[in-house]
Design a protein around this ligand. Sequence first.
Ligand SMILES: Cc1cc2nc3c(=O)[nH]c(=O)nc-3n(C[C@H](O)[C@H](O)[C@H](O)COP(=O)(O)O)c2cc1C
Length: 211
Amino acid sequence: MDNTVEKKIFFERTQNVQVLNTIKQRRSVGHVSQEQPSREAIERLLEAGTFAPSHHVTEPWRFFVLTGSARQALGDVMANSLKTRLEQSSHEPIPVANLQKKMLRERAKPMRAPVIVVVAITEVQQLQGDYPIECVEAAGAAVQNMMLAAEEIGLATVWRTGDTAYDPMVKRWFGLKKDDLIVAFLYVGYPMTARPMRIPTHFSVKTTWLS
Ligand SMILES: Cc1cc2nc3c(=O)[nH]c(=O)nc-3n(C[C@H](O)[C@H](O)[C@H](O)COP(=O)(O)O)c2cc1C
């Protein structure tokens, strides 16, 4: 066999094994240290994200990287937006102590990891015409690429959303419009705990073979 071909096949085989192992190993790990991953490490995640597929190569993702006090500023916005949501959905005044406790908890959330990568989509309608869902699908693939890249370089991640991701006040803080989408708050840091065990439902339960 020609030497180059042999090498190429070997390279592809090892690559494949690596990605399968990484997929199977990855778990959401929320308990991470405050040690700051290097800019280079974060850039590797961002780059991995951009290799995700997107229909018509729209590359709909936009990234915001939050470190240091930017996380506190996000916490303030999250706490205030929670206050607004609670006040709007409640028919009676909320006891001040109760509200403050909830806001305090909300404000602290972004401090759970040294880095948060926010994945957003702007101009959904222009990008994907009749099928805006395809932007979300592509951005979701980008998030997964980033999580797998993180796993391979020893970083832990949690993909978080919640009401915050859909809140217009939060979107505005990022300079996003009401109809823009926040797909993920990807919390990134060095793991402090082992990956939790999770065996997914076997694919046979989820699969119909047609032939
Ligand atoms: C779209 C999306 C939103 C998620 N939002 C949250 C969240 O707000 N909070 C959280 O703790 N985990 C969130 N997760 C992570 C899931 O809870 C997690 O992936 C699931 O429990 C499976 O665990 P694993 O990631 O370890 O395989 C989200 C995952 C996805 C795909």
